[in-house]
Write a protein that binds this ligand. Sequence first.
Ligand SMILES: CC(C)(COP(=O)(O)OP(=O)(O)OC[C@H]1O[C@@H](n2cnc3c(N)ncnc32)[C@H](O)[C@@H]1OP(=O)(O)O)[C@@H](O)C(=O)NCCC(=O)NCCS
Length: 156
Amino acid sequence: MTTLLPMRAETYESYHESSILSYAEDNVQSGRWREEDALEQSRNEFHTLLPQGTDTPDQYLFEIIGKDNLTAVGFIWFGIVIEDGVRIAFVYDLEIKADHRRQGYAKRAFKAIETLVNDLGLTRIGLHVFNQNTAAQTLYKHLGYEVTSINMLKKL
Ligand SMILES: CC(C)(COP(=O)(O)OP(=O)(O)OC[C@H]1O[C@@H](n2cnc3c(N)ncnc32)[C@H](O)[C@@H]1OP(=O)(O)O)[C@@H](O)C(=O)NCCC(=O)NCCS
């Protein structure tokens, strides 16, 4: 059993800082961003998407609670975006803490999110995954997600 708990303010503080850092690192590693600007770019994107933190309208941030019903084993965040004139859910972030991986938490968190998204009257969930993140790609394929486009880059 996996429970999603709306993210608490005290959790958000540390979540926010570590996510800014890891999103910056992922973008540098993928070749999208330059190292010198990455942290600022990441901070700006987070601020644009979450100007009021967990109280930002249309943004849903959760702690994923483990089998003991106490411990937060990870986080999942989705928001509502407009794509081709249609409101869809978009998963911005997912992380399961290293010592809780491969126990089905991400899979169950996604199933829980599907119910919430359905209750919001939405019929699609989109997400982005970096090319280097083969673990997440395998997870999303396993969950039935299909590739809709591929970004390409050549460094000169
Ligand atoms: C990717 C991540 C969220 C997966 O979480 P998890 O709780 O370990 O995933 P689950 O246990 O629910 O895995 C479900 C299925 O996904 C696939 N999968 C998950 N992790 C995998 C890995 N490291 N390698 C290959 N397949 C993997 C498998 O098919 C797995 O089913 P199985 O265990 O029966 O083989 C986790 O590794 C993580 O937090 N990584 C760092 C952050 C990250 O990459 N987030 C995603 C951003 S897009």
